[in-house]
Design a protein around this ligand. Structure first.
Ligand SMILES: C[S@@+](CC[C@H](N)C(=O)[O-])C[C@H]1O[C@@H](n2cnc3c(N)ncnc32)[C@H](O)[C@@H]1O
Length: 334
């Protein structure tokens, strides 16, 4: 057993300072100004219109965390700090803005713990009331998929050509990865109408259909069925009864012989592991009314109730795993 360390615990508690410095570097535009080239404090103040003492404090803090360096009167981003610039090919700026949004909500975690209520509105409200914020969020999810979502094609057992519907597919990140790995696969993303602009910006090769989880078959016509229906990162946004319904509607869109692919943060039965999923659970409670992480058994039960055959979970190295549900092929009629 490791010795208790007051110093480590205090270090964990003050980690918020690093998050705030990074969030502020992106929100104020300092990272973008420095990404254009080294600048003096006076040049930064002229460009950003910020306070001299505050800006110097921000630069000092970022230097302390190895994201900024000073050479004489000029300040510059280090190679790690350069990733904060929006135009860097590996930019994490959108992800920083998403986490910065949550940084403020997480300050109300005690409220979420006491009441069980989310600290922000549902996706529909966010997309309708604040499109720039919701679109920035969808871009962040796409960037997160680029960083961490590469495992899905290896876990999903999609094989060659066919049709795929990515339900609540957002920017289309996962559908795009599956198409790349399976030439001939035709993928369509179904989401609320507000998601379309980001999909068209990020993955213009994918088709988009407006749909709604609230509607039977998500609003798709009666006869329409797909070889694969992907439900990626959706079930953690909703409570159990709603998920039973979502999985049933998704299953109704699968062709006989086809499969439902649930890509989800699956928690262990004891609900304290794997580490990444356990940590993610609080995020769901803060973000979504009824949000939660589900076990393999819970997801499997919804798949079974929908008339599909759940397959054993396929977990890669990351926290997100695949559970497939197979729809039995149609029996030939005599
Ligand atoms: C957590 S994001 C997941 C996005 C994507 N599947 C991924 O894994 O990155 C949830 C998605 O569900 C969509 N969504 C939320 N409510 C919806 C509804 N009522 N009908 C259709 N899509 C909805 C959101 O717009 C968003 O794209």
């Amino acid at each position: 057993m490791t010795e208790p360390s007051p110093i480590d615990l205090v270090g964990s508690m003050t980690a918020y300072q690093q998050s705030a410095l990074i969030g502020t570097a992106v929100e104020t535009g300092l990272a973008d100004v420095l990404a254009a080239g080294p600048a003096t404090l006076d040049e930064l103040l002229a460009e950003l219109g910020t306070d001299r003492r505050g800006t110097m404090a921000l630069l000092a803090g970022l230097a302390g965390f190895g994201l900024v360096e000073r050479d004489g009167e000029k300040f510059a981003l280090t190679p790690q700090g350069a990733l904060l610039g929006r135009d860097h090919p590996d930019s994490v700026a959108q992800i920083v803005l998403k986490e910065w949004f949550f940084y403020r909500l997480w300050a109300d975690l005690p409220d979420a713990v006491r009441t069980g209520h989310a600290q922000t509105g549902p996706w529909r409200e966010r997309l309708e009331n604040d499109p720039p914020q919701a679109e920035s969020f969808l871009r962040a999810l796409d960037d997160l998929c680029t960083l961490f979502g590469g495992e899905l094609p290896g876990l999903a057992a999609v094989d060659g050509p066919g049709t795929l519907l990515d339900v609540g597919g957002g920017a289309g990140s996962h559908a795009a990865n599956l198409v790349k790995a399976n030439p001939g696969l035709e993928a369509t993303v179904l989401d609320l109408p507000g998601a379309e602009p980001v999909l068209k910006e990020r993955h213009p090769g994918l088709d988009f259909v407006a749909g709604d989880f609230e509607k039977p078959r998500f609003g798709r016509p009666e006869a329409e069925q797909w070889d694969y229906v992907l439900v990626a990162n959706i079930l953690h946004d909703h409570p159990a009864e709603r998920n039973r319904h979502l999985v049933a509607e998704a299953a109704s869109l699968v062709k006989p012989g086809g499969s439902l692919i649930v890509y989800e943060w699956v928690i262990d039965p004891g609900r304290t592991g794997p580490e990444g999923v356990a940590k993610f659970t609080a995020m769901m409670v803060v973000e979504n009314e009824g949000g939660w992480t589900w076990t393999e058994q819970e997801i499997g039960d919804w798949i079974t109730a929908a008339g599909l055959e759940p397959q054993p979970m396929n977990r890669g190295n990351g926290p997100i795993a695949v559970i497939r549900g197979l729809k039995p092929p149609e029996r030939p009629t005599r």
